[in-house]
Design a protein around this ligand. Sequence first.
Ligand code: TRP
Length: 337
Amino acid sequence: MTNKPSRIVSGMRPTGKLHLGHYFGVLKNWVKLQEEFESFFFIADWHALTTKYNQTDDMKQNVEDVLLDWLASGINPEKSTVYLQSLVPQTAQLHIYLSMITPQNWVERDPTLKDLAKIMKDKQENISNLSYGLFGYPVLMSADIMLFNSNYVPVGIDQVAHVELTRDIARRFNNIYNVNFFNEPEPKLTQIPLLKGLDGNKMGKSFNNDIKISDTDEITEKKFKTAITDRNRIRRDDKGNPDNCEVVYDYWKIFGTKDEQEEICMGCTSASIGCAECKKRLTSKINEYMAPIRQKRAELQKQPSLLKDIIYDGSKKAQIKAQEVLDGVEKAVKMYK
Ligand code: TRP
């Protein structure tokens, strides 16, 4: 681990079972990155509380589901440090120091926070004020990143503003305390094509258009029957155009070989294959692809004590590095030690 030159950190809020968009957009990339970088991947349960503080009944289940999805997808706790945010209390300690030096207006201009506030407002009409904790979301996220003095943060484009704020905070810390302690971490964007939801919109749990990593073959097939296809191909013997079949044909590009894509394209444009048949073939490709992942998940699910060990061991490992950084911070701030 220590022979890897740069450090990365990334996290996900535990909001439920992950879907194929997470798998292709995030997890596959993490699995690759863990070979190259000293990697920290964590479940951001405190971040989940910023909006779900009054809906915590599913918290434990959600943490476990995220962990299962990660491990099944190939995140390897021997190669990466996999931990739970709330089991690394140094996160909260660093957050305190960062909150002291972060100007309020830096937080206010964070675009993601604005979105979150809007969602809050839309969902819970009588909570029109942001909680103190939600307001601090971007600073807590900066603490996550700076906790290991990370160099890179693999995130999607929607999180870039947060990483930028982190850079600003890191620079400000170094200036105020006249040290060269923190790196200025950089976002590491993934170049993976966005996997669309079954209705053609962005795949998302709340849009009811997703396929979970953990869905069974039957559910996958059933869900796929609702996927949109070329809207101009109405009857079975209408000739279709794969270029207008933005969901199903896009998936073929990921799950099919070149030859299979070609065959489907021919079958569609000549109307020798109908949409139902095409979807059926596609879902069996998807299920075939996902089978080892789903199988691994099912096996792990039968071993709750193993999951607990993984999360506690990883958190212990994270604490060691985090404490080093925190010691450096407290030294720079000249705290009584
Ligand atoms: N805000 C991120 C999201 O909603 C989750 C997150 C919290 C995170 N802390 C982080 C991501 C630190 C990367 C690094 O997806």
